[in-house]
Design a protein around this ligand. Structure first.
Ligand code: FES
Length: 324
């Protein structure tokens, strides 16, 4: 795993902090050297170094035209693996953080006739930036947002403000109850409508299944900050990675990742999350069939298989040729 300080990170200082509903804490970040921050687009996120060896990913949702400040929101997860707890317990106003430049796995398509958004909990953050961008363009969109209880609702002032220009429905309920009519809502959409979804895994699975079932998945877009459940180690089989430039063959055992095998063979592959969510380790594929286990490639990109995330993905074929 690469620490951001060693990977051209940006040093920032926390200029403001406030708590919101649903155990969400909002941080405003400015460049520690006082310079402007790199511009970002709606749907972009940054990686944040949360203590030694832990990197987490947070959407940027402040004003896109203000390069003096980035705004991120961090929900304190009850089953935190260390990242959100560190942000809540160790970061204070005036504190310093290392972040990556903005990155995008969830861009807002320009100039479409319709936009439909579905979010759950903290998954609202990239969508806030998108709704704000569409508001500025004079485009009206529809949002279905779900939270578990009234106390769990974050971003209420932002939703009120955006509700003046967009159709916003807030469902305070469980996934099953709150989105009872989601399939019917999706069925009614014009086929040219772009659908964006960010939220808990069951919600995204439901929306993805609809897109696949109707053949409209090309217009469905997903953002995931947690690795989606994948095959277990028991299902792993060994395979051979072939280096296209030299023909070198590298055995990948069933109990190791392709990334580990490549590093053992002396290849310097950059990695960050090592969970298939950041795309840092994307490696070109020349031949063979990848077994994609990441949470970042779209279905179209998986079908094309020009790249694979070597930290988690494996091979369905006995050999896979990599563009190294
Ligand atoms: S290191 Fe993040 S996707 Fe592989």
């Amino acid at each position: 795993m690469t620490d951001l300080a060693a990977a051209k990170g940006i040093a920032v200082i926390v200029t403001a902090m406030r708590d919101d509903g649903g155990q969400v804490r909002i941080f405003d970040l400015a460049a520690a050297n006082g310079a402007a921050l790199p511009a970002f687009a709606p749907g972009d996120h940054v990686a944040v170094q949360c203590g030694a060896g832990i990197v987490r990913y947070y959407s940027l949702w402040g004003p896109v035209d203000d390069t003096r400040v980035y705004r991120i929101a961090v929900k304190r997860e009850t089953e935190s693996r260390g990242g959100s707890r560190w942000m809540h317990e160790h970061v204070a106003v005036g504190g310093h953080l290392m972040i990556s430049p903005p990155r995008s796995n969830f861009p807002l398509a320009a100039g479409r006739s319709g936009y439909f958004f579905i979010s759950g909990g903290i998954g609202l953050t990239p969508i806030l930036a998108m709704l704000d961008a569409l508001r500025r363009q004079g485009k009206r969109a529809r949002l279905l947002h779900q939270c578990r209880s009234p106390a769990d609702l974050a971003f209420a002032p932002e939703l009120r403000r955006l509700g003046a220009d967009h159709e916003i429905e807030i469902h305070v309920d469980s996934l099953a109850g709150g989105f009872r009519n989601l399939a019917a809502d999706l069925d009614r959409l014009d086929v040219a409508t772009e659908v964006y979804c960010c939220g808990p895994a069951p919600m995204m699975a439901l929306v993805r299944a609809h897109g696949e079932g109707t053949g409209r998945i090309g217009r469905y877009h997903f953002e995931s900050f947690a690795a989606e459940p994948q095959a277990t180690a028991a299902e792993n089989r060994p395979f051979v990675a072939v280096i296209a430039s030299t023909g070198q063959e590298i055995e990948v055992a069933a109990d190791e990742t392709l990334l580990v095998a490549l590093k053992r063979a002396g290849f310097e592959i950059e990695s960050e999350c090592e969970e298939g969510i950041c795309a840092t380790c994307a490696t070109g594929v020349v031949a063979g069939t990848p077994d994609h286990r990441d949470s970042v490639l779209t279905d179209a990109q998986r079908a094309e298989s020009k790249f694979m995330m070597v930290c988690v993905s494996r091979a369905k074929s006995d050999r896979i040729v990599l563009a190294l």
